[in-house]
Design a protein around this ligand. Structure first.
Ligand code: NAP
Length: 278
C-alpha cells in the first residue's frame, strides 16, 4: 500500500503524543476526540468516529476502557455505522481480550480487519516514541500496521491472534501494580523506622532494583506530586480485567484489593498515590 491515510481516535494523555508522532512522520492524519478541546493543534479533525472510519485506511483507537470501545464501535456515530470495508482498525487501548474478539468479529462481517495493540510504557515513553507494543491479530494485518506502529514504539511484537495483545498487556500490568505497591510499602517501612525517603530511594536506584519506573515514581513520592501520568483508576480497571483472566495469586489478590479500595478516593491521581491508601 502507498502511504496509508491515518484516522486517530482518542487524544488523552497517551493518545495525544502518539498521534503527534504520526503527524511528524508525514502521514496524513485525521483526529477525533470526544471532548473537542483536546483536538487543538491538529490540522485535520473529524466530527465523529464514523467519519474518521470512512476517511482513513488505518484507524487507531486509544481510549480508556471496554465501555469507550463499545461506544466508539457500536454507537450510532460509531465505526460500524460508516458501513465501509477494507479498513484496518488498530486498538491500542488497554481493554479485555473479550471485547477485542467481539469487535474483530463485527468488523470482519463488514470486510474490515482488526488488531489489538496495547502498549507498555507511560506518558514519557509515549512522548519519546519508545513504547513497547504487543499485537494480537492476523499476521498480514500486523505487517500492514507495523511500519506505522514503529513510529510510536521501540518494540513492535506480534504475540498471537485477536486478544493476545490484551492478554499480554494485562499480565504486564499486574506486575506493574505489584511494583507500585512494593515501592510504596518499602518507603513506608523505612520511613516508619526512621530512614529518610530520599536516602532509601538513592539506595534503591543504585541497586539492582533501580529501574525507570521506580526512579520516576520514587521522585513523585519525594515531590508529593500525584498528578496522573497513569491514572490509578486505569490500573484498578486492568486488575479487574486480569481477574477475569484468572488472576488469583497471593500478590494478585492483594494488589486487586488495595487498588479497588483506593479507586473511589484516589482514582484520578497517579498509580503511585496508592502510598496514601497504604
Ligand atoms: P486518559 O488520559 O484518561 O484519556 C482517555 C481517552 O479516552 C480520552 O480521549 C477520552 O475522551 C476517551 N474516552 C473515554 N471514554 C470515552 C467514550 N465513552 N467515548 C469516547 N471517548 C472516550 O487515558 P490515557 O492515560 O491516555 O490511557 C488511554 C488508554 O491507554 C487506557 O486504556 C490506559 O489503560 C492505557 N494506558 C495508559 C498508560 C498511561 O501511563 N497513561 C500507559 C499504558 C496504557 P475525553 O477526552 O472526551 O474524556
Amino acid at each position: 500500500m502507498s502511504t496509508p491515510v491515518i484516522g486517530w481516535i482518542g487524544l488523552g494523555k497517551m493518545g495525544h503524543p502518539m498521534a503527534q508522532h504520526l503527524v511528524n512522520a508525514g502521514y496524513p492524519v485525521t483526529v477525533y476526540n470526544r471532548s473537542k478541546d483536546k483536538e487543538t493543534g491538529f490540522g485535520n479533525t473529524a466530527t465523529s468516529p464514523k467519519e474518521t472510519m470512512a476517511g482513513a485506511d488505518i484507524i487507531f483507537l486509544m481510549v480508556s476502557d471496554d465501555a469507550a470501545i463499545h461506544d466508539l464501535v457500536q454507537g450510532p456515530e460509531g465505526l460500524l455505522a460508516a458501513g465501509v470495508s477494507g479498513k484496518l482498525v488498530v486498538n491500542m487501548s488497554t481493554v479485555s481480550p473479550h471485547i477485542s474478539r467481539e469487535v474483530a468479529a463485527s468488523l470482519h462481517k463488514q470486510g474490515n480487519e482488526y488488531l489489538d495493540a496495547p502498549v507498555s510504557g507511560s506518558v514519557k515513553q509515549a512522548q519519546d516514541a519508545a513504547l513497547v507494543i504487543m499485537v494480537g491479530g492476523p499476521a498480514a494485518a500486523f505487517e500492514q500496521a507495523k511500519p506505522v506502529l514503529e513510529k510510536i514504539g521501540r518494540l513492535v511484537m506480534r504475540v498471537g491472534d485477536h486478544g493476545a495483545g490484551n492478554t499480554a498487556k494485562l499480565a504486564i500490568n499486574s506486575m506493574l501494580a505489584y511494583h507500585a505497591q512494593g515501592l510504596a510499602e518499602a518507603v513506608l517501612l523505612a520511613r516508619n523506622n526512621g530512614i529518610a525517603t530520599a536516602d532509601l530511594l538513592t539506595l534503591i536506584n543504585n541497586s539492582a532494583l533501580g529501574n525507570p519506573f521506580i526512579k520516576i515514581k520514587g521522585q513523585a513520592i519525594l515531590d508529593n506530586n500525584y498528578a496522573p501520568a497513569f491514572a490509578l483508576k486505569h490500573i484498578a480497571k486492568d486488575l479487574r480485567l486480569a481477574k477475569h483472566l484468572g488472576l488469583a495469586t497471593p500478590l494478585g489478590q492483594a494488589a486487586f484489593d488495595s487498588f479497588q479500595h483506593a479507586e473511589a478516593t484516589l482514582g484520578e491521581e497517579d498509580i503511585i498515590a496508592i502510598i496514601k491508601q497504604l
